[in-house]
Design a protein around this ligand. Structure first.
Ligand code: NDP
Length: 503
């Protein structure tokens, strides 16, 4: 099946330039769309700006009505959307449905919690300003640009789109050139429930279209993709001081301590490393395993890796160029003394699950994001060594720890945005948890309360209820007020441990 957009967005005398997306399993063209140039992106942002006041003015309840309807459409047609995800990414239908379901959960959470998190509330004005009534609320920013990747083409952009819409913004969404039909499906479904206002729009094309969105004057830009492109986005947005969220790459590890349930750890490591052919930003790419359980863990992991079938348990590489990156990482690991205990051959886009051991820590397979079905496994003598090696990465997105006694202790010491104890990746499916990384993994957070606030701006209002007993903010202030002010501050804060004692 080949899909085509109804009409080109750009209208010139020339034929509009188009681009194709492909079914990576068959290599066939799947969809064809016009490339939206800078003028088309600008026009979409202007339409979004016109709709912004109306959408913001609906309030949480009014917006919630439409978001709930959209959620119901997504849930009812989950299989239809999963078909499109399968066709354009090659991932199994079940994985596609899992992704869609998780995105729906986030949409539900954002819709339900937006008022509580962002709505106007009183805050304490403190003892010295006790005559003031202080309130804070989080207002919509206006128009949010969302740039998404292809690996979880529903789940990842929805982590921004759902939260931005629930916070009262309108959205212009640029999906990856590899997944434009999926993005179009999502936006079309929204238009079905809200046809008359440009609250959620799509622009399609390559990197230039994304760049045009960065420089279009949107009020916030949410990017999910590679660290390399994230830096370009940050630089482009700096021109207009456009604030950004950057959800970038990772090199997550699993730490398996001496007392871990080894079977469960191997099962989780296999899922974390090989799910979606390793095309997962929070995928497990490194394992640090205590020497006491190392041999057993490696045996179990290899057993599991051998049972995983490319083409059945996961699809081909969605982006053909990724095949070369994975080949390079495996070749480099083996050239430096590493061994592939299973897999290791890269002949086409269906890459076998690969377990690498004895790989030095400065090899590409350990330092760089591989984004394929591979995992390096290294023996360590203590949990602390595993923590140090994990934290040596310039990335810090997610991580996992397996230990019966020390899981939380280890988790607290790992430098990452999210850590799962005795599980992998699960934080992504818990809408109340903020999601994002440190270091080269990005800036800012999606999901949860932080994810809602990311797409809003705080507004503080203070109302004077009565004249101050001690009027220090006036030129009428004299020596008496100065003296009383000094005494007050000394009384309140002069003893170093007074707050600690109360805790
Ligand atoms: P890319 O960085 O290649 O692309 C991401 C998006 O940016 C695409 O829509 C792309 O468009 C667009 N883009 C490309 N160039 C520019 C530019 N100059 N200005 C603005 N936008 C541009 O990432 P991938 O699509 O390959 O996705 C995989 C990456 O995403 C991995 O590194 C993965 O770790 C990361 N990721 C991070 C997540 C997180 O939450 N932290 C979640 C999921 C993935 P086009 O495709 O048309 O070139």
């Amino acid at each position: 099946m080949t899909l085509t957009a109804d009409a080109p967005v750009t209208t010139t005398d020339e034929q509009p330039k188009t681009f194709d997306s492909y079914n990576p399993t068959t290599g066939d063209v799947y969809a064809t769309y016009p490339i939206d140039d800078a003028a088309a992106v600008q026009a979409a942002v202007e339409r979004a700006r016109e709709a912004a006041d109306w959408w913001a003015g609906l309030g949480f309840k009014g917006r919630g009505k439409y978001l709930d309807q959209w959620r119901a459409v997504l849930a009812r047609r989950m299989n239809q959307l999963a078909d499109v995800v399968y066709a354009e990414t090659g991932k199994p239908h079940g994985d596609a449905a899992l992704e869609v379901g998780m995105a729906i959960e986030h949409l539900a959470w954002a819709t339900k919690h937006a008022k509580k998190v962002l709505g106007k509330r009183h805050v304490s004005s403190g003892l010295v300003m006790v005559n003031q009534r202080a309130t804070v609320e989080y207002l919509p920013r206006g128009v949010v640009g969302v740039i998404g990747p292809w690996n979880y083409p529903v789940f990842t952009p929805m982590g921004s789109i759902a939260y931005a819409l629930a916070a009262g913004n309108t959205v212009v969404f640029k999906p990856s050139e590899f997944s434009p039909a999926i993005g179009t499906w999502l936006v079309d479904a929204f238009h079905e429930v809200l046809p008359d206002h440009d609250v959620l729009q799509i622009v399609r094309g390559f990197g230039e279209t994304g760049n045009a969105l960065c420089t279009s004057g949107v009020d916030k830009l949410a990017f999910t993709g590679s660290t390399r492109t994230g830096k370009k986005v940050l630089a482009a947005c700096a021109e207009t001081l456009t604030p950004v969220v950057i959800e970038a790459g990772g090199k997550d590890s699993i730490i398996v301590d001496a007392d871990a349930d080894v079977d469960k750890a191997a099962e989780a490591a296999a899922w974390g490393a090989f799910w979606n052919a390793g095309q997962t930003c929070i995928g497990i790419e490194r394992a640090y395993v205590h020497e006491k359980v190392y041999d057993r863990f490696v045996d179990k992991l290899v057993e599991r890796a051998k049972a995983v079938q490319p083409g059945v348990n996961y699809g081909p590489m969605t982006m053909p160029a990724q095949v070369e990156v994975i080949r390079k990482h495996i070749d480099d690991a083996i050239a430096r003394g590493g061994k592939a205990l299973t897999g290791g051959e890269v002949t086409d886009g269906f890459i076998p699950a690969t377990v690498l051991v004895d790989v030095p820590e400065d090899a590409l397979a350990v330092t760089d994001e591989t984004f394929g079905p591979t995992i390096t496994v290294r023996k360590v003598t203590s949990a602390q060594e595993a923590i140090d090696l994990t934290n040596a990465s310039e990335y810090g997105l997610g991580s996992a720890v397996f230990s019966k006694k020390n899981g939380t202790w280890i988790a607290d010491k790992v430098r990452s945005g999210m850590t799962a104890v005795n599980a992998v990746l699960v934080y992504a499916a818990i809408p109340s948890l903020p999601f994002g990384g440190v270091g080269q993994s990005g800036i800012g957070r999606i999901h949860g309360e932080d994810g809602l606030r990311e797409f809003a701006q705080p507004k503080s209002v203070v109302k004077q209820l009565m004249p101050a007993a001690l009027n220090v903010t006036s030129f009428d202030r004299g020596p008496t007020e100065d003296k009383l002010w000094g005494s007050l501050i000394l009384t309140l804060h002069g003893r170093a441990n007074q707050f600690l004692k109360k805790q």
